[in-house]
Design a protein around this ligand. Sequence first.
Ligand SMILES: [Zn+2]
Length: 104
Amino acid sequence: MSLNISAVLEQLEGVRKSTNGYMACCPAHDDRNPSLSIREGDNDGILVHCFAGCLEEEICRAINISKADLMPPSPPRRKNHQLIAKTSNSSLPRTVMYSHSPKK
Ligand SMILES: [Zn+2]
């Protein structure tokens, strides 16, 4: 289940258009100067990012949506991750594992 970006924007205060998406007041902290960036991802997902450092979970909870609502209709396949998990206990150099692991 995926939300339209305008449905998300409706929940937010101080929405304004920015270069490649929208800015709004972050619902997860006391935000007076819009620090939440909202934009559509390449795969129809919605990307939210608070420059004050709020987690996506916190933002979603604050506007009563689930994190899954921001995901694209059909989640990207996780082939690569499984591959890494499988090979991580083999003799691959550590640098290979680390280069794939950061999510943020
Ligand atoms: Zn925030």
